[in-house]
Design a protein around this ligand. Structure first.
Ligand code: XMP
Length: 512
């Protein structure tokens, strides 16, 4: 077991993820609770996260002294390194040497931390993000690697197994960072790497039972993977104390609503209320063209409908949501600075407060691919858990301009053909998200001997690891040609197809 002490870095959960990837169980605990957790958990190693504060300020957070007295290996990252150095008798200075982004460190000495990864005398790229830096080492410590602005980029007291790095090994921009973390948890702390998703499932079930007791839980299903996995997990924990509510807003892809309903009712026997609210939503959206107004209209209606259903069910004090870790940190940029709302993704923000319910969010620590693995562990079909992410407002934001029922129907048909072709070509799992967009533009065409004047359909497909950045998928032209031919021949209302080759940034994945 590894204890991760959180000093408030935006990427602390990435550390946890890296540790999980090594098959080692970890718990993230806020620094205020670290002493208690340390004694209860008896970890084999401790990782101190980064954080936004400055060690040079007296009131800034510290690691409990017990951590350093327990004869357990400690790995301090960024702020964690600085507070460790300061607490053990070294010195940290603030101010003039802020370093953000890519840097190079030169390895000065071999170390257990570098085994099989970094070689003495070589330089390696790392990702820095700090204002302060260590300027004097505590007794027993030595410098293992240095960068231009951080002479103490990696320091250690190998005899006590204390390690500190100024950069962030947990982010992908530090290419060998995951291996350094691996060396710490496996080689230095001696964890054996037999932890699995099965273990996560068991622990999550125990946590849900402890939180909910004999209470009743309502879970809103969106039709997507996350809420479905959360619901199946919670059902496994508390059985029919759970009721699922699926608000069908009529903005899902072809066939999806039926799929969700039959999966829950027939395969899992989970109590499910299927609210047919298609007319309500589509009626309210007709004529709306502003993307943010679309999102807000859908979000507000969803809350109204959901709340009414919850009242009918009655007696539930818990609301379950499939919140993932990226939802928790979303819209907060890693390098700091004020972040602006590009799109308001929080579809149902405000729901728990308004309904005065407590939240059950068993997936809060996980990333998308981990949720899929958990879904498979719970027996959900691969075709279901492997589906591309789908936005809460659904097809409403894939009809730029004013929405009409007719446009939604046209889009659904085109989208189904596109996805069918992608699946048939064996490309579905290589793509993060693929979908059709129905443009509010009509162009002239000729079919048979007649003139047509119909909509343009844009196809989008991107690769991505987390949806934060993305690149367009390089289909071959023949494939695109085949999809275009099918769409134009089979879908009345579309006479032209284009392919979107914009990356994110500067584009976004969705068109609205
Ligand atoms: P963008 O378009 O911002 O999308 O590059 C990034 C990811 O988020 C999804 N997305 C949404 N998801 N509500 C959601 O639940 C929304 O309003 C929303 N807008 C975009 C998008 O599909 C992609 O996976």
């Amino acid at each position: 077991k590894i204890l991760i002490v959180d000093f408030g870095s935006q990427v602390t959960q990435l550390i946890a993820r890296r540790v999980r990837e090594e098959g080692v169980y970890s718990e993230v605990v806020p620094f205020q609770k670290a002493a208690q957790a340390f004694h209860e958990m008896k970890p084999k190693g401790v990782i101190l996260s980064g954080g936004p504060e400055s060690v040079t300020i007296d009131t800034s957070p510290r690691a409990p002294q017990d951590l350093f007295d327990g004869e357990v290996p400690v790995f301090g990252i960024c702020y964690g390194q600085q507070t460790m150095a300061a607490q053990l008798g070294g010195q940290v200075e603030g101010g003039h040497h802020s370093e953000f982004g890519r840097a190079e460190v030169e390895v000065l000495k071999p170390s257990a931390l570098f085994t099989g990864v970094w070689t003495q005398g070589e330089k390696y790229p790392v990702w820095m993000s700090h204002g302060d830096r260590v300027t004097k080492l505590p007794d027993g410590f030595e410098v293992l690697a240095a960068s231009q602005n951080a002479p103490f980029a990696v320091v250690a007291d190998e005899s006590r197994k204390f390690y500190g790095v100024q950069f962030h090994p947990e982010v992908v921009h530090t290419p060998q960072g995951a291996q350094l973390i691996r060396n710490f948890v496996r080689e230095i702390a001696g964890c054996n790497g037999d932890w699995t998703m099965k273990a996560f499932r068991d622990e999550a079930i125990a946590r849900i039972r402890a939180q909910v007791g004999s209470g009743r839980v309502i879970c809103g299903l969106s039709g997507g993977v996350d809420s479905a996995v959360a619901a199946v997990l919670i059902h496994e924990a508390i059985g029919d104390q759970l009721t699922c509510v699926f608000v069908d807003h009529g903005l899902l892809r072809a066939g999806e609503a039926d799929w969700v309903v039959s999966l829950f009712r027939d395969s899992y026997n989970i109590p499910l209320v299927h609210v047919q609210a298609q007319d309500l939503f589509v009626g309210a959206l007709e004529g709306v063209s502003d993307p943010e107004v679309k999102r807000k209209t859908i979000g507000k209606l969803f809350i109204d409908v959901f709340e009414a259903e919850a009242k009918k069910i009655g007696g539930a004090e818990f609301l379950a949501q499939g919140t993932l870790y990226p939802d928790v940190i979303e819209s907060v940029s890693f390098t700091g600075g004020p972040s602006v709302t590009i799109k308001s993704h929080h579809n149902v923000g405000g729901l728990p407060e308004r309904m005065n319910m407590k939240l059950v969010e068993p997936l809060r620590e996980l990333f998308k691919d981990e949720v899929r693995a958990l879904g498979r562990e719970l027996g959900l079909p691969q075709a279901f858990v492997g589906r591309h992410p789908f936005p809460g407002p659904g097809l409403a934001i894939r009809v730029p301009g004013t929405i009409t029922r007719e446009k939604l129907d046209i889009l659904r048909k085109a989208d189904a053909i596109y996805l069918e072709e992608i699946r048939n070509a064996g490309l579905y799992d290589h793509i993060w998200q693929a979908f059709a967009v129905l443009l509010p533009v009509k162009t002239v065409g000729v079919m048979g001997d007649g003139r047509t004047y119909d909509h343009v359909c844009a196809l989008r497909a991107v690769t991505s690891v987390d949806g934060m950045t993305a690149d367009f998928y390089p289909f071959d032209m023949q494939f695109l040609g085949q999809v275009a031919t099918r769409i134009i021949n089979e879908v009345k209302g579309i006479n032209r197809v284009t392919y979107d080759i914009t990356s994110k940034p500067p584009g976004t994945i969705e068109w609205e």
